[in-house]
Design a protein around this ligand. Structure first.
Ligand code: MEZ
Length: 543
C-alpha cells in the first residue's frame, strides 16, 4: 500500500481552498475525536428533510397517467420510462421458444443467485438471464455489511423497531417482519456457503453499528462485504451448473391467456437478436435505478442499474410501492473526480470518522439515518455555505484519520482496506488525510409491491432484491439491503419453484404479448406516451 501511495502522490491536486480547510480539520482533530454531537429531534429531522432532501423537490417528480399507480408521483426520469414503449410488437412470434424452464430468473445479482440456488434445491429447472454477467450488480458494490440480530443483547424485535423507525414507519410490516426474523438464518446460510465474515480468534462474528441501529448487528467481510457475498453465491450457482445466459436482457414479459407470467422476450446484447424464454414462473431480480441519475446526482451503482424490472413489471400489471423515494448515500466520493460518486462505506463513520465542514466543525452526529445525514450535508454545503469546493462540485470532510486515533494504528488497514486502496490510487492516504464526500444516488427505497411470498400483482410473477418496494419503508438502514436480497431471494426461489409444480403455474399455452397493446392504448388515451423505448438497459453517457 505504501508503495502505491508513493507512486501516486503526484496525482492529487488540492486547491488552495481545500488545503486551508484541511489544515483547520487537522488542527481540530484531537478535540473533535472526543466530541459527542447530539442527535436531532424528530421535529428537526422532519424540517431538515422537507427543505433539503431530494425526495422533497416537487418539481423533480411527475404524476403517472396510466397503470396501477396512476395518480402517484415518481421521479420524472422514471415516469418517462414507465410511460415508454416496448422494444417488441404484440404480434412477435412466440411459437418457437429458444428456452423452456420451470423458473426464469431475470437478473444475475445477489437476489437472483440466491433465488436460483433455492429453486434448484426445490427441484425445479431454473435459468438465470442477465444483461451483463452474473455478479455485475449492486450486490457486488455493497461494502459495509449485512444486518442480523444474532447477539445476546439483540433480537429481531429490536431490529424491527430500528428499521421501522428509520423507514419513517412506512414499511409493510409483514415484509419487515420476514426480513428481521429470517436474518440470523440468512447470515448462517451465507457462512455455511463460505462467506469469509470478520471474526475474532475464537470464531465469534465481529459486529458494528450502522446509522440508526441501536445494537451492533452489522456483519462484514472487511469493506468488501457485497463482493464477498456475490463471489460465494456466484460460485454456488456455477458449481450447481445452473444455466446462466449472460449478455442477454429481458425486454418484455410474456403472459398466458389468464394474464399470468409465462416467460420473457429476451435480447442478445451483442447481436440485438430477440429470443423467447418460456417459463412456468418468473422472478424479477433486476436491481435498482442509480444509472438513471435522478436530479443529476452521481451514483454508487453498477453500470446496469436502469430500473428494468420496474418497467417490465409495471407494463404487465404489477403495482409499485413508494417509487418516489430514493436513497442518496451521504458519503459518495466528491474528490478526486475519477471516483466522483463512488461509495465511501458507512462503516467509515461507524468506526468513528466524523463529518466536518469547511471550518473544521463537527456539524451532525455521524450515525444519523442516511436520509437525515444526506440532507444535513446538502444544507451545510448550500444553505450554510460551509462546504469545500472542488473543480466539479462541493463536499464536506469525512475525517478518516480519527479511526486509527480511536481504535489504534492499523485499524483502517485491517477493517476498511478497500477504502484505503480506492483513495490510495489517487495518492490520498486516508490514515493521514480526511476525504471529501457528498451524497450519491445509492438505492431505490421503493419498487414493486410484493406479498410476503414475494409474488407481485401479476400471478406467477415474483420479485426479490432492490426491485422490490415496501420492505424498508421510505428510508433503508445500512446492511438491510444485503440482507433483503438473501431473505427475499431465497423465498422467491422456493415459492416460484413450488408454484411451478402446481396446476396454478402457467400452462405454457397461448402465450401472449397483448398487454403491450392494452398499455399502449391506455397511454394514447391519456396523452402520456413518452416515445422512449423502455427498458433502456444501459445508461446513455453520450449525446
Ligand atoms: O447497505 C448498504 O447500502 C451498505 C452496506 C452500504 C455501505 O455504506 O457500505
Amino acid at each position: 500500500m505504501t508503495e502505491i501511495l508513493k507512486r501516486k502522490e503526484a496525482v492529487k491536486t488540492y486547491t488552495e481552498e481545500m488545503k486551508k480547510s484541511m489544515e483547520k480539520v487537522g488542527g481540530n482533530r484531537q478535540k473533535n475525536v472526543g466530541f459527542e454531537p447530539g442527535r436531532m429531534t424528530a421535529g428537526e429531522k422532519e424540517k431538515l428533510l422537507a427543505t433539503y432532501h431530494p425526495d422533497y423537490m416537487e418539481n423533480e417528480f411527475e404524476i403517472l397517467k396510466v397503470g396501477k399507480n396512476k395518480g402517484e408521483k415518481v421521479p420524472k426520469e422514471l415516469a418517462a420510462l414507465l410511460q415508454g414503449k416496448s422494444a417488441v410488437k404484440s404480434d412477435f412470434d412466440l411459437s418457437r421458444p429458444d428456452y423452456d424452464t420451470d423458473v426464469l430468473i431475470i437478473g444475475g445479482g445477489g437476489a437472483g443467485a440466491a433465488a436460483a440456488i433455492e429453486a434448484d434445491n426445490a427441484g425445479a429447472s431454473v435459468m438465470i438471464v442477465t444483461k451483463l454477467r452474473i455478479g455485475d450488480a449492486n450486490t457486488m458494490m455493497a461494502e459495509g455489511g449485512i444486518q442480523a440480530a444474532d447477539k445476546p443483547n439483540d433480537s429481531p424485535a429490536v431490529h424491527f423497531l430500528d428499521a421501522y423507525g428509520g423507514g419513517h414507519f412506512a414499511a409493510k410490516k409483514e415484509l419487515l417482519y420476514k426480513l428481521v426474523t429470517e436474518a440470523p438464518e440468512a447470515v448462517k446460510w451465507l457462512n455455511s456457503l463460505g462467506v469469509e465474515f470478520d471474526k475474532t480468534d475464537d470464531g465469534t462474528m465481529i459486529t458494528t453499528h450502522g446509522g440508526g441501529t441501536s445494537r451492533k448487528r452489522m456483519h462484514a467481510a472487511k469493506d468488501y462485504s457485497g463482493a464477498e457475498i456475490m463471489r460465494t453465491l456466484r460460485d454456488e450457482v456455477l458449481n450447481r451448473k445452473i444455466p446462466v445466459v449472460d449478455f442477454t436482457a429481458a425486454v418484455e414479459l410474456i403472459l398466458d391467456e389468464n394474464g399470468s407470467a409465462a416467460g420473457a422476450v429476451l435480447m442478445n446484447m451483442e447481436t440485438r437478436e430477440f429470443l423467447v424464454a418460456k417459463a412456468k414462473t418468473v422472478i424479477l431480480a433486476t436491481g435498482g435505478a442509480g444509472r438513471l441519475h435522478y436530479q443529476g446526482f452521481p451514483t454508487s451503482n453498477h453500470y446496469g442499474a436502469t430500473a428494468d424490472g420496474l418497467i417490465l413489471g409495471y407494463r404487465a400489471g404489477a403495482k409499485l410501492l413508494y417509487a418516489d423515494t430514493l436513497q442518496y448515500h451521504p458519503t459518495g466520493a466528491a474528490f478526486p473526480v475519477q471516483i466522483f460518486g463512488a461509495l465511501v462505506t458507512e462503516k467509515v463513520r461507524s468506526l468513528g470518522a466524523k463529518l466536518i465542514n469547511s471550518e473544521g466543525e463537527v456539524f451532525m452526529h455521524p450515525l444519523e439515518t442516511r436520509d437525515v445525514a444526506a440532507a444535513s450535508i446538502i444544507r451545510e454545503c448550500n444553505a450554510r455555505n460551509k462546504g469545500v469546493h472542488t473543480v466539479n462540485g462541493v463536499g464536506v470532510w469525512l475525517d478518516t484519520p480519527m479511526i486509527d486515533i480511536k481504535h489504534g494504528e492499523g485499524t483502517i488497514e485491517k477493517r476498511i482496506p478497500a477504502m484505503l486502496r480506492m483513495f490510495g490510487e489517487y495518492g490520498i492516504d486516508i490514515r493521514k488525510e480526511p476525504i471529501l464526500v457528498y451524497p450519491t444516488l445509492h438505492y431505490q427505497n421503493g419498487g414493486i409491491d410484493i406479498t410476503p411470498e414475494c409474488e407481485t400483482a401479476v400471478k406467477n410473477l415474483f420479485a426479490a432484491g432492490e426491485v422490490v418496494g415496501g420492505i424498508h419503508g421510505r428510508n433503508r438502514l445500512m446492511g438491510n439491503s444485503l440482507l433483503d436480497i438473501i431473505v427475499f431471494g431465497r423465498n422467491a426461489g422456493r415459492n416460484a419453484a413450488n408454484r411451478s409444480k402446481t396446476g396454478e403455474s402457467a400452462k405454457n399455452e397461448n402465450l401472449s404479448l397483448s398487454h403491450i397493446d392494452a398499455f399502449e392504448n391506455e397511454l394514447k388515451k391519456a396523452g402520456a406516451q413518452s416515445g422512449i423505448t423502455s427498458p433502456v438497459l444501459l445508461p446513455k453517457y453520450t449525446k
